[in-house]
Design a protein around this ligand. Structure first.
Ligand code: OVV
Length: 408
């Protein structure tokens, strides 16, 4: 008998006896998402002793009521009030107001639309440089791997450059992201496998959060300047740089990778994008809705709450499926259709509320620029073989995406 078996099913809540973190459901989550939405506005999963919601209205409600649904007890399955966190808690992700507010204020300013305008030109230059290289490779007859050569290559160049990180060792950012996002799930095989490499990778990350490792004027240095100004303490600065390095790369890599997969599997959508590269921004947005890079986050109830009339006791873990909400037929007309002319305002891929992605201006910039650069150079983008998945407890990720590209 496991600990989970002891958690009795609460009365009046539909029960769904599934493990959303099993390999099978991570590999193909959409039939499970449909069952989740259908079963009710909130369901009980005995396997992990959690409440789960996959409808847009309730996901939005959970994320927007940060007093009832707190983050300081962790945004994964683990309840930090009962077990120690796997790493020192993030000062922004795993915090509630008022602690959260100070960190958020600093990061919001560093990643604001105004400040991102200053890096736009360099992001444009790099997208063009990378895609010119890709065009040359295609003209030389190569099949392209959309993940390695585009989805990983571009964010791994522009984002760490913007943070002010050295070029050496950036592959650690992908390994660290894989680990941090696996740690949002249960202690399953996936977490065990990514945690095997935890020590050297964490050591590299933490070393690169130090001030002397960060180029003056970059996002990392700007955090230390905020500490100099007394907005945060000197001890908090490296921890906030860690947030950039945790959340800033694997997310955009998979956002872009998934967008390429969507376009490769919907030729009519790519044809539209090629005809009008100005659609790049909404195409990226629709890909975020359709194949959300970050699939889920948890909250913990701070008190007894009612969600869609369902009573949830204090101290419960609530799983919000951003990805299921993004295909909720109650919210979206024809949700299973990938339509780059849809304006999917209100999608949950960046979350919502006070914890909504603070880097979304940068993420959208990367997605827009890489898709526009691609659309301008190639008239067709097709699958050249079976893509392979990289299973992760939280990320929807591919490890390879063979593409046949036809120059315009
Ligand atoms: C995985 C993740 C998402 C968002 C923020 C952070 C981590 C953080 O470390 O602050």
């Amino acid at each position: 008998m496991t600990e989970q078996d002891l958690v009795a099913a609460p009365a009046g809540v539909p029960v769904l006896d599934l493990d959303p973190f099993s390999m099978a459901l991570l590999d193909d989550p959409y039939p499970y998402h449909a069952r989740l939405r259908e079963a009710g506005p909130v369901v009980w999963m005995p396997k992990h002793g959690i409440y789960v919601t996959g409808r847009h209205e309730q996901v939005r409600e959970v994320l927007n009521d940060h007093e009832a649904y707190i983050s300081s007890a962790g945004v994964g399955l683990a309840n930090f009030n009962k077990e120690p966190p796997f790493r020192p808690k993030s000062l922004i992700l795993e915090a509630d107001p008022p602690d959260h507010t100070r960190a958020r204020t600093v990061l919001s300013r560093i990643l604001s639309p105004r400040s991102v305008m200053l890096i736009r030109a360099s992001f444009v230059l790099e997208a063009d440089r990378l895609l010119d290289e890709l065009l040359a490779a295609v003209q030389a007859g190569q099949v392209v791997d959309g993940i390695g050569q585009v989805a990983e290559a571009y964010p791994l160049k522009v984002f760490p450059d913007a943070v002010g990180l050295e070029s050496q060792g950036r592959e650690n950012l992908l390994l660290y992201g894989d680990m941090v996002f696996n740690a949002v799930g249960p202690r399953n095989e996936l977490l065990a496998r990514s945690a095997e490499k935890v020590q050297p990778v964490t050591a590299w990350i933490m070393a690169h959060c130090q001030r002397h490792m960060l180029q003056a004027g970059g996002f990392g240095d700007l955090i230390y300047q905020a500490a100099d100004a007394g907005e945060i303490s000197q001890d908090e600065a490296p921890m906030l740089v860690r947030s950039f390095l945790s959340a800033g790369v694997d997310t955009t890599v998979n956002g872009i990778g998934n967008a390429l997969w969507c376009l490769a599997s919907h030729p009519e959508a790519y044809a539209k994008l090629h005809a009008d590269p100005g659609l790049a921004r909404t195409a990226f947005e629709e890909a975020l809705r359709f194949e959300s890079a970050v699939q889920t986050f948890f909250r913990t109830t701070s008190r007894d709450v009612l969600l869609a009339g369902v009573p949830i006791p204090a101290g419960s873990k609530v799983l919000a499926s951003l990805a299921a909400a993004n295909r909720d037929e109650r919210q979206w007309p024809d949700p299973e259709r990938f339509d780059i002319e849809r304006r999917p305002t209100g999608h949950m891929a960046f979350g919502s509320g006070i914890h909504g992605c603070v880097g979304q201006v940068v993420a959208r910039l990367e997605g827009e620029l890489i898709l526009a650069a691609l659309a301008k150079r190639f008239k067709r983008l097709e699958l050249a073989g079976q893509p392979t998945r990289r299973l992760n407890n939280t990320l929807r990720a591919l490890s390879s995406l063979p593409l046949r590209l036809t120059p315009a």
